[in-house]
Design a protein around this ligand. Structure first.
Ligand code: NDP
Ligand code: 8X3
Length: 277
C-alpha cells in the first residue's frame, strides 16, 4: 500500500513523535474502525493524543474518520483497509506500513460480526464460514502479524474483543458463540506465549451494546435488530471505549487480563431485566 500525500511520511511521523514535549507519540492500530466499538475507541484514543492506524473494509468511512479526528485532535492517522479474513491482505497491508508506523503500542483486535440467529440444525453454512473466517482466523492473523512487530520492540499491548457470548452459550448462538469462545482461548494463548516478550494481553467481553452489530446480524432487518434492545438501556460504543481506555492506561506493570462488561439490566449472556414498554 502506498503512502499518499495526506499521510505522514516516515520523516514527518518522526517529527510528530518528537513534537513540542519531545515525548513519543503512541500509536494504536484498530481493526473494525468504521463503526461501533472500533470507531468510538478511535475517537477516545485520538482525544488522548494517540496516532491512529484504522482498518475496516469500507474505505470511505475510514478516510472520513481519519480526516475528522486529525483535525479535531491534531493527531496523525493512516487508513489500512483490508479484509481481516484474507491472510495475504493482512500480511501485505501490515508489511506496507512505513517504518515509523510499525512502532505500534496497542492493537485493538476488534473486527468481527455475527450473522444470523438460527437453531443449530437450521443454520446457514455460509454464515458460519464468514464468522469463523473473520472472528477466529482473521482475528488470529492480525494479532500474529502485529505481535511480531511488538516482539521486536519488546513491548506492546493487545486488546482482544471477545463477548459474553464467549463465556456462555445461548440458544441460536451456536457458531457465533463458538467463535467468541475461540477468541477467549486465543486471548489466553497470546498472554501465555507473549509473556516472555513483555506484551500485555487483555480480553474485553461486552454484553448487548447498540452498534451496527444487530443490523449486520439480521442482514439489514431493522425491526428485528431494534427488538434486541427492547426495554433495555444497552451499553453504548462509548461505554466500551472508556473501558478499553482504562485497560490501556493502567501502569505498565499491570495487565487487566479479562474484563466482562454489561449494562445494568443484563446479568450474563442470557439473563436480562427488561422494562415493559
Ligand atoms: P459493528 O457492526 O458496529 O462494527 C463491526 C466492525 O467490524 C466494522 O467496523 C466492520 O467494518 C468490521 N469488520 C467486519 N468484518 C470485517 C472484515 N472481514 N475485515 C475487516 N473489518 C471487518 O459492531 P460492533 O462494534 O458491535 O462489533 C465489534 C466487535 O465487538 C465484534 O467483534 C463483535 O463480535 C464484538 N461484540 C459486539 C457486541 C455488541 O453487542 N455490539 C457485544 C460483544 C462483542 P467493515 O464492515 O467496514 O469492514
Ligand atoms: C454480542 C453480544 O449477546 O448478542 O457478542 O452475543 S450477544
Amino acid at each position: 500500500m502506498e503512502n499518499t500525500s495526506n499521510r505522514p511520511s516516515n520523516q514527518e511521523t518522526e517529527q510528530l513523535r518528537n513534537k513540542e514535549t519531545k515525548q513519543a507519540v503512541m500509536i494504536i492500530f484498530i481493526t473494525g474502525a468504521t463503526s461501533g466499538f472500533g470507531k468510538a475507541t478511535a475517537e477516545k484514543f485520538a482525544s488522548q493524543g494517540f496516532d491512529l492506524i484504522l482498518n475496516g473494509r469500507r474505505e470511505d468511512r475510514l478516510e472520513e474518520l481519519c480526516r475528522r479526528l486529525e483535525k479535531k485532535y491534531n493527531i496523525a492517522s493512516i487508513t489500512l483497509p483490508f479484509d481481516v479474513g484474507n491472510r495475504k491482505e493482512v500480511q501485505s497491508a501490515i508489511d506496507s506500513l512505513p517504518d515509523a508506523w510499525k512502532k505500534i503500542d496497542i492493537l485493538f483486535n476488534n473486527a468481527g460480526l455475527a450473522l444470523g440467529r438460527d437453531y443449530f440444525d437450521e443454520a446457514n453454512l455460509d454464515d458460519w464460514d464468514t464468522m469463523v473466517d473473520t472472528n477466529v482466523k482473521g482475528f488470529a492473523y492480525v494479532a500474529r502479524a502485529v505481535s511480531a512487530l511488538m516482539v521486536a520492540q519488546k513491548k506492546g499491548h493487545i486488546i482482544n474483543m471477545g463477548s459474553v457470548a464467549g463465556k456462555q452459550v445461548y440458544e441460536k448462538g451456536n457458531m457465533y458463540c463458538a467463535s467468541k469462545y475461540a477468541v477467549d482461548a486465543l486471548n489466553q494463548a497470546m498472554r501465555i506465549d507473549l509473556l516472555r516478550h513483555n506484551i500485555r494481553v487483555t480480553g474485553i467481553h461486552p454484553g448487548a451494546a447498540e452498534t451496527e452489530f444487530s443490523l449486520v446480524r439480521f442482514k439489514g432487518d431493522e425491526s428485528t435488530a431494534n427488538s434486541i434492545y427492547n426495554g433495555l438501556k444497552p451499553l453504548s460504543a462509548e461505554d466500551v471505549a472508556d473501558a478499553i481506555w482504562y485497560c490501556a492506561s493502567v501502569p505498565s506493570h499491570v495487565c487487566i487480563n479479562d474484563l466482562v462488561i454489561t449494562c445494568t439490566q443484563q446479568a450474563d449472556a442470557i439473563y436480562f431485566s427488561r422494562t415493559k414498554a
